[in-house]
Design a protein. Structure first.
Lengths: 214, 231, 436
């Protein structure tokens, strides 16, 4: 590509990366292809709102008048996974829903990203029980985790801005960056089972939390 | 606008103005007249009448609970026409019997009664369904079956409702079921992901639409081999 | 099946005249913009001939309000049969309740019917107080009434907004969320959280209202009816809205009671059953408010009932603000109530008291109770069984929208596919509560 590392590292350095060259009668803009592509992608993310629970209400509040996610190029809510770029998983994901979110993620076309909104989607949150998946990163890859139970709309917006930053830093020529996940054909898991057990361990001193009586 | 229905007002059967219960005793207190009426109508069917927090509970014989509830529903003096809830209770002390609980309301008389059936340890978990009396009992009974494994005899469609049909770990609300489930997390996830979301119609659903013949070959083969799909 | 019903509708909408002045613009070309009588078409009888088609809606679908899945058998466009599947959001609330002390359960009640968090907090606290056998203070009662009515309005606003989107009107969604932000601001000022409030404790509230909070509430009471008026002006006589809602999903009073419907669902069917009136709690019998009752039991009536309920809630809020007494919020009972934080961090005795209450938890006497309140969705009951330990041995939620949704096969039968969406929206389901 002939670009130095210093060029590639410069996220947000728009003034350096875009050079205007205007002469009488014609105008030139020189930039890097990576920057142009990423800039376009980051500012027209079409969300696929996978809203299940309380976080979905805060997500709706983010889409509504006061917070207005349309400002971030998220004008169109794509309820169809095939026409969307970013999966926002808002809310808890029980095991019964696990194959659904996996299928939706597989239906989305590249390039795609995912945001895990809220404590339950990210870690299982307060639902450390038989029914809830302990973090959707055991099912699909996650780009940005937004903490909170539920996060305020500001939190979601911050997460989206982080994702935009991440996209601006992508190198499209990099090997493997757009590879689909390839889950194990028999177990359908995409990370080792031991890793899932490790991720799903209860954290902290939760002895009192799992004692039924007295 | 022409009204289609006559407005039904609750409380037409009693003159008392309903008030917020105050200083409800923890146990004891006035027994609901319904308990006595049931005792008079069905001698010997009530094994115990308990008043806890101002609410009357009648513990009845499991074999005749359907008759009792049907009578409570139909009798003009009782008129328990509203089924609030059907659920079960298992106590931490596992020597105590499992209880199936019906919460009934009479809108006309503004009354509330709890009907209970005790199922002794080791006895089959089966009680009669009240779905022929209250249509609303449908899902409540299915949920009770799903969570406790209590079978409701006479329910036309007693399947799991909240967990999926192939759920292997048991009945979650039973006391011997651990909070985090019986399997490891990876095992649980594996089981959940094994369900194919696009093949999740039940045979019943497929047969109503004659869709079975139009399914892809491999799916037809799997279904005819007895693989259970659906919830 | 279909009700014959004649309604006055305006075949016009608000718009601007060429010189920029607001005026009524006819919706139908050639229409005079005046009121016309519209008769709801009878629901179609399914023809049991020809091929039937199976259609799957959900579990991830924008119009199912969460993760509901409906399998429909269609004859042409007419629904012959509907098989709902729920459980995609089953999170084991009731199981986890057996592993938590009473005060620790409060955060779970937020997340179960998350449109009505603070109302659930109050309902749970009422049940727990019945189990403990304590009477709360007068100020606490009025504060809880304020909380429950605020959350009723908030919940109905989400219903209004999402239903409008389902039926094809976007603007009321923005208006209703604007008002919800006002409620969020009030709640945030009171308990610090917008949505998941965890506002109550057994025997009182987590916090008293801050200074000048009531002024904010009074401001809301003053301005909110305007928004309802605007929404009503937009919808109530709108020919499209009426055409898409009248005569759909009719439940007769007898059916509604037999199916166990509650809340606006049963009231739209002409049964004036309201837990606040018939089995009152929190001294609701001393407030002056009406119970709106529909007469046709269709989607349109459910809309009218909910809109009127918001107005009645404003009436109750107004009375509650006027009667709010001074005094303590929490009961004076060291077994249950924690010492003030400042004392717990400075005095040894208070710290021990705090530690004992938090680690061991208050223990209610053995027994059981079922306490029901009128949530925005209907009769919400908490059934608790105590065996004398600090954690309930069974915590059961009686979910109103679960029971309401179980009637959907009956309601959609014979209607068109597009009407299924409207009927489903009219039930006001919230999957967190249905699946728990």
């Amino acid at each position: 590509m002939g670009l130095s590392d210093a060029d590639l590292a410069g996220h947000g350095a728009a003034t350096e990366l875009v050079r205007f060259d205007a002469r009488p009668g014609e105008a030139w803009v020189t930039t890097k292809l990576d920057f142009l592509v990423n800039w376009g992608r980051a500012n027209s993310l079409w969300p696929m709102p996978f809203g299940t629970a309380c976080c979905a209400i805060e997500m709706m509040a983010s889409f509504a008048s006061k917070y207005d996610l349309a400002r971030f190029g998220m004008e169109r809510m794509a309820f169809s996974p095939r026409q969307s770029d970013v999966l926002i998983c808002a809310g808890r994901v029980p095991y019964k829903l696990a194959p659904i979110i996996r299928r939706i993620w597989q239906q989305m076309t590249q390039p795609k990203w995912s945001i895990s909104m809220g404590a339950c989607a990210s870690t299982g949150g307060m639902f450390d029980n038989y029914a809830v998946v302990q973090g959707i990163d055991t099912i699909i890859p996650v780009d940005v985790y937004v903490p909170g139970c539920p996060p305020r709309p500001e939190g979601l917006i911050y997460g989206i801005m982080m994702l935009q930053k991440k996209i601006m830093n992508e190198r499209n020529a990099q090997q493997g960056i757009r590879d689909e996940m390839s889950p194990d054909p028999t177990s359908k898991l995409y990370i080792p089972a031991s890793r899932i057990d490790e991720l799903s361990e209860p954290f902290g001193n939760s002895v009192h939390q799992t004692r039924s009586a007295p | 606008m022409s009204p289609s229905f006559t407005i039904v007002h609750p409380g037409t059967g009693s003159n008392a103005t309903p008030v917020t219960p105050k200083n409800v005793p923890v146990s004891g207190g006035p027994v609901s007249p319904t308990a006595e009426a049931v005792g008079a109508q069905f001698p010997g069917v009530i094994s115990r009448t308990v008043v806890s927090r101002g609410e009357t509970t009648i513990i009845v014989d499991g074999a005749r609970v359907h008759d009792v509830i049907l009578w409570l529903h139909d009798d003009a003096q009782q008129s328990y026409d509203y089924l609030s809830d059907v659920t079960a209770v298992e106590h931490r002390d596992l020597s105590l019997p499992l209880e199936v609980v019906w919460h009934l309301r009479s809108l006309r008389y503004r009354r509330f009664i709890r009907v209970k059936v005790l199922i002794a340890k080791g006895a089959p978990l089966e009680v009669p369904s009240v779905m022929d009396i209250y249509k609303g009992a449908d899902w409540l009974e299915r949920e009770c079956y799903d969570m406790f494994g209590v079978k409701f005899a006479g329910h036309p469609d007693l399947r799991r409702i909240l967990m999926w049909e192939q759920y292997k770990e048991g009945f979650p609300l039973r006391k011997d079921f651990p909070l985090r489930g019986r399997f490891s997390r990876s095992e649980q996830l594996k089981n959940a992901l094994a369900a194919n979301p696009e093949a999740r119609y039940s045979m019943e659903e497929l047969s109503i639409a004659d869709a079975f013949e139009e399914l892809p070959l491999d799916m037809r083969r799997r279904l005819s081999e007895g693989e259970k799909v659906g919830e | 099946m279909g009700t014959k019903r004649t309604l006055e509708v305006e075949l016009s909408t608000t718009g601007l005249s060429p010189d920029g002045k607001p005026q009524r613009v006819p919706l139908v070309v050639g229409g005079d913009g005046g009121a016309v009588a519209l008769e709801a078409p009878p629901a179609m009888e399914p023809e049991f001939e020809g091929e039937h088609m199976l259609i799957n809606i959900g579990p991830q679908h924008p119009a199912t309000h969460g993760v509901l899945r409906l399998v429909l058998e269609l004859d042409g466009e007419t629904v012959v049969r509907c098989i709902p599947h729920v459980g995609y959001l089953h999170c084991g609330f009731e199981k986890i309740g057996e592993y938590r002390q009473y005060n620790q359960i409060v955060p779970w009640t937020d997340r179960e019917d998350y449109l009505n968090s603070i109302g659930n907090n109050c309902a749970f606290a009422l049940g727990a107080e019945r189990i403990f056998g304590i009477e709360i203070t007068e100020r606490c009662k009025v504060l809880r009434v304020i909380a429950m009515e605020l959350s009723r309005i908030a919940s109905h606003l989400v219903w209004l907004g999402t239903t409008c989107i389902d039926i094809g009107a976007f603007t009321p969604f923005l208006w209703s969320f604007q008002e919800r932000e006002n409620i969020y601001n009030l709640l945030e000022g009171w308990v610090g959280a917008r949505l998941t409030t965890s506002a109550t404790r057994v025997g009182g509230m987590a916090a008293d209202i801050p200074d000048k909070w009531l002024e904010g509430l009074q401001g809301f009471i003053r301005t909110f009816p305007k928004t309802i008026d605007e929404c009503e002006r937009m919808l109530t006589k709108n020919a499209i809205w009426v055409g898409r809602t009248v005569g759909l999903g009719v439940m007769s009073p007898v059916e509604a009671v037999n199916y166990g419907l509650s809340g606006p669902m049963v009231r739209a069917s002409g049964v004036a059953y309201d837990v606040r009136k018939d089995f009152p709690y929190l001294d609701y019998e001393t407030y002056d408010f009406d119970v709106p009752v529909g007469s046709a039991g269709d989607v349109y009536d459910r809309f009218l009932v909910r809109v009127e309920e918001m107005r009645q809630s404003i009436r109750i809020l107004d009375q509650a603000v006027k009667r709010l007494p001074d005094g303590p919020v929490n009961v004076d009972d060291v077994r249950i109530i924690l010492p003030p934080k400042s004392k717990a961090t400075s005095e040894m005795e208070s710290m021990i008291h705090h530690f004992k209450n938090v680690m061991e938890g208050p223990r209610p006497p053995a027994g059981e109770c079922y306490v029901a309140v009128e949530s925005p969705k209907g009769e919400k009951g908490y059934y608790m069984v105590s065996d004398g330990t600090s954690k309930p041995s069974r915590w059961r939620i009686r979910p109103p929208s679960f029971v309401n949704l179980s009637a959907i096969p009956k309601m959609v039968e014979g209607h068109l596919l597009s009407d299924v969406i409207a009927i489903n929206a009219s039930i006001d389901i919230v999957m967190g509560e249905i699946d728990r």
